[in-house]
Write a protein that binds this ligand. Structure first.
Ligand SMILES: [Zn+2]
Length: 273
């Protein structure tokens, strides 16, 4: 089986950007990591370690911060800890999980590789780099430990997997749309401009992008609840709002799907009422 890998790097407004890609049979995935002011944000995937290593060695890094535990963000953390002896910080919720051999489905191991155990320290509500103070903003929904990082000096915001794309059509089974809506609402109240997304990359007018995503999800939530209240079964709401099936749904045996969007909205709604 032939997996095609690629890597590109560039610098935008003092942020070093590494972007690795993995492609197999029409499915192309990509992941970014970012370096600014001695801070490396996220560590790429193990399957792209050969590609990410030279980039990381080249950069001037004092510390590593991680947005969430997923293997495409933590894949080179063991290398950074052992070979570059860098301190790694993340939310405490998945810290112990990261110190162990992970367990996730085969297709994810195939694309992203097998993440090695690593040892991170608990990140606080803020941290400092050479010239800046940073806010650590808890933004769960995509993952329970998800955080975003705001450089208060530059107004640059690093959002991990909070954004990814404006019009979300498929999510992971454990994702929760209402929680993502809360997280986006919280984030847009901060003072920031540019956004650096782990998958979409650099978003010049990041604030507008995040706001559009928030509006889209709120609308989707409203439509879903309306159809549900009108008596439509969730599976039919799914096919009504998302008539297309996506290759990742088959490839992941349903771990990614549009139905998880609908189900998470209905679940939260019925909890409330
Ligand atoms: Zn993720």
């Amino acid at each position: 089986m032939f997996v095609k890998k690629g890597f590109k790097q560039q610098t935008i407004n003092d942020v070093g950007i590494g972007n690795g890609t993995v492609a197999f049979q029409g499915v192309k995935l990509n992941v970014h990591c970012f370096v600014v002011d001695g801070v490396l944000i996220d560590t790429g995937a193990k399957s792209l370690e050969k590609e990410f290593k030279p980039f990381m060695k080249q950069q001037d890094i004092d510390q590593v911060v991680i947005t969430h535990f997923h293997e495409d963000h933590t894949g080179c953390a063991a290398f950074l800890e052992k070979e570059l002896q860098l301190p790694i910080y993340m939310n405490d919720r998945m810290l112990d999980y990261c110190a162990m051999k992970p367990d996730y489905p085969l297709y994810r191991k195939f694309f992203w590789g097998k993440r090695s155990p690593f040892h991170a320290k608990v990140i606080g509500k803020t941290f400092s780099s050479r010239n800046a103070t940073w806010d650590v903003i808890e933004t769960p929904g995509h993952a329970i430990d998800h955080v975003a990082f705001l450089n208060r000096q530059t107004g640059q915001l690093f959002t991990g997997d909070l954004y990814c794309q404006e019009k979300t059509k498929v999510v992971l089974r454990e994702e929760c749309i209402p929680t993502i809506i809360d997280s986006l609402t919280k984030v847009v109240a901060y003072d920031f401009g540019e956004v650096f997304c782990a998958h979409a990359g650099y978003l010049m007018d990041g604030r507008a992008s995040l706001q559009r995503k928030l509006d889209y999800l709120v609308q989707l939530q409203g439509k879903t609840i309306k159809l549900y209240e009108d008596g439509m079964p969730p599976s039919q709401i799914g096919t009504t709002l998302f008539p297309k099936k996506y290759p990742i749904t088959y490839l992941s045996s349903g771990e990614w799907g549009s139905s998880h969007i609908i189900n998470s909205i209905i679940q939260e709604h019925t909890k409330k009422s």
